[in-house]
Ligand binder design. Sequence first.
Ligand code: ACO
Length: 372
Amino acid sequence: MSATKGLEGIVATTSSVSSIIDGVLTYHGYNIDDLADNASFEEVIYLLWNHKLPNKEELKSFKQELSQASPIPDAVIEQMKSYDISKVHPMAALRTAVSNLALFDEEADEMNEEANRRKALKLQAQIPTIVTAFARIREGKEPVAPKEGLSFAAGFLYMLNGEEPDEISEKAFNKALVLHADHELNASTFTARVCVATLSDVYSGITSAIGALKGPLHGGANERVMAMLNEIGDEDKAESYIKDALANKVKIMGFGHRVYKDGDPRAKHLKEMSRQLTEVTGVSKWYEMSVKIDEIVTNEKGLLPNVDFYSASVYHSLGIDHDLFTPIFAVSRTSGWLAHILEQYENNRLIRPRAEYTGPDKQEWVPLEKRT
Ligand code: ACO
C-alpha cells in the first residue's frame, strides 16, 4: 500500500457538476468561456443545482426565492458585533457566522432532499449578506439590508457600499462570480463532500469548505496576490522581486495549478476584465504590473497564472477591501459546494481512504512513572 502525495491524479468520485478535460472547464457540459461571456450568476447557480439552464419563468422565480431568503437572523449580526472585529479575518468571521446560521434553522438537521434544497437556497442567499454586513460593521457602519429586484452581483455590491453599482462594475462582478462558481474536485469541494458523506448536515459541509478555501494554497491566494503587488509597489521592481523569490523557493501567489499545466481557462477572462477596468478607474498600474509579473514567472519558471492572479487586480479596481477577496470567492463557490453536497447525498457512500503507515513498530508500553 503506497500513498500518492496530495492525492495527485487520484479519481475520488464521479460527478456531473463540472469537468476539466484536456484543460477545458465546463459546468454540466457548458464551456466556461460561453458562460463567462453570456450567463448571469443566478443562471449558473440554477444550472449547477438542477443540471439545466432555467427558462424565463424558472429564472424569475429562482431570483425571487434567492432575494427573499437573503436576510440573516439579527442574532448573527449581533454575534459579529460582539467580538473585536478589527482583529478578525473576514474568512474566520464567515466560517463562524455560517456555523451560527445553523442554530437558527429549525431544519438544519433534516436530511430529506426538499429540506436540503431549502437550506442550499438560504445559504447561497445569506452568505453575501454575512460578508457585506461584516465589512460594514468593522467600518462602524450599519449593515445594509438586501434590496429586492437587483441581480445577485448588483445586490452584493449594493449591500457592501450602500449604493447600487454602475453597469460596468455589475457586469465585471457577475463575470467573476460565474468564473469562480465551480471547479470539479478542488480542495474545498472535496472537503465539503467528505464532511457530508458522513451524513452530516449541509451547514457543516459549507462550514468545512470555507475552512479549506481560506488557506493560501487555495482561495486565500487572491488576497496574497494583492499583498505581493503592494509589496513590489512598482513595475520596475517586479523583475528583481520575482527572481529573488524564485531563487529562494518562495511560491508566487496566483501561479501554478495541480490540474492545469497549459494554463487556467479562467485567467484570460480575468486578465481582460482587469485591463477593461483600468479604462474605468484611470489607474493602469496594477494591471501593468500584473502583466509584467505574468511574463517573468512564465519565462523563469514556466508557470502560468491561475484564477486568483488577475482576480486580485479586478477586485482592487472595483474598490473592494483586499481581505474580502477570499470571502467573495466563497460567495461564488458556495454554489458549487452546494451542487456537490446535493450530488453526494443522492448517491452517498462514506469517504474513508487509507494512510500508508510510516511510524515506529512494536513499541513497548512504559508506565508513566518510568518515562523520561
Ligand atoms: N511559485 C513558485 N513555484 C511554484 C509555484 C508557484 N506559485 N507553484 C508550483 N511551483 C513549483 C513547486 O515549488 C514545485 O517545484 P519543485 O518541483 O522544484 O519542488 C513545482 O512547481 C510543482 O509544484 P507543486 O507545489 O508540487 O504543485 P501542486 O500541484 O502541489 O500545487 C498549487 C499546486 C498549490 C496551486 C501551487 O502551484 C501553489 O502553491 N501556487 C501558489 C498558490 C496559489 O496560487 N494557489 C491558488 C490555486 S487556484 C485555487 O485554488 C483557486
